[in-house]
Design a protein around this ligand. Sequence first.
Ligand code: FAD
Ligand code: SF4
Ligand code: SF4
Length: 391
Amino acid sequence: MGLFSSKPAEKKGDMVYAWTTDAAIEKKAECGGAVTSLLKYALENKIVDAVVAIKRGQDIYDAVPVLIKDPKDLVNTAGSLHCGTLNTAKMVAKYLDGAKTMKIGMTVKGCDLMALQELAKRKKIDMDRLLLIGVNCGGTVAPVMARKMITEKYGVDPDKVHKEEIDKGQFIIEYEGGHKGISIDELEEEGFGRRSNCRRCLYKVPRQADLACGNWGVIGDKAGKATFVEVCSDKGADLLSRAVKAGALKTEAPNPKGIEIRGKVEGAMLKLGEKWRKKDFDALGKDLWGSIQKETSRCIKCYSCIENCPVCFPVEESLKAKQYMVKPGEVPPNPMFHMRRFAHISDSCVNCGQCEELCAMDIPLAKFSHAIRAEGDATFQPKLGKSAYSN
Ligand code: FAD
Ligand code: SF4
Ligand code: SF4
């Protein structure tokens, strides 16, 4: 038992330090293992039929989405993969029938959550059948960038790295023979670091999930050993209370100083996001359409940006015929290919970065659609009101 009360959280708005009682999860978990234990409890007790989470593939740069039905397999998904740039929302819509035929527990970052909400608006997802365990997110580093950065800036062979973590503003690697951390600010000053959409992201604590879990604010004897859990819905409160009652997790009230620190760190991250927005958008603002034209002129029309955008669902028939947007056969495509795509998705762009990440030609697509969305929001917010989340 810790310094503070051990009363479990039971209602929306509560915050707790939580940690697993499962030794195998404790060993693999990022901090307290609360996320994995909660999902395991939900699966064991048939609160959900399956879980969508992420597990490590070949190496630390390879994050693989998995559908889990056997609770004992969940331990394989414990731990955070900061080079895991994927977004799982479209996967649920495309391959899991939008959760209409099964109840799904999911780990979600802010951008997974926003994408799910956009898909729900398009009736592609049934949000009532999802149990969402949110993870705070300071950002992800694209695998190719991570390898380049580790080689050039850390002077380490990326294949020798067996663990990475982000702690106290540093990207830290562990490799055969040592470990090294460099501040993310320094990395980003030199053109390394997080994906550009992550730098601009303003959704750090996913409070529209059922629970929001992270490490910010865990201090004292529980630092690194507990997960900071914020209860964001009645569903989340119920899950946490039941899991604690069943002995899957232990909790204690957070250190008030920890809550204060967590608030400050979140505030600092939001300021940093605003700074990056200003930098990126100001540079583009001088000639947004000219930049779009110049950059997209190397497009090979592979359709990856369309197929991987979580908010884009082209009409099935045209998708099969690869005829959507403009007539086929032209490379680079007619500029209307991109104009129509931006017109079609930019009002609901969640800045997840999938288009840019997966573009065969490294076109900064997310920056363009995010800039258009931000401009639209700034113009129409006085009339329509601020959206429920800031993206
Ligand atoms: P565990 O029990 O270890 O479970 C971790 C869960 O995360 C698993 O379900 C796993 O599937 C999932 N996961 C792993 N990688 C990814 C990924 N790339 N995308 C989606 N899900 C994934 N917390 C903070 O307080 N501040 C931060 O800045 C911060 N940045 C983060 C950045 C990333 C990319 C991720 C994935 C997490 C981040 N977190 C951050 C959350 C933190 O690392 C822990 O996930 C959280 O504290 C829960 O810890 P745990 O021990 O309970 O999780
Ligand atoms: Fe995390 Fe935001 Fe980047 Fe998504 S866009 S991975 S929530 S920082
Ligand atoms: Fe063109 Fe890139 Fe989209 Fe492929 S992913 S169609 S190359 S913009």
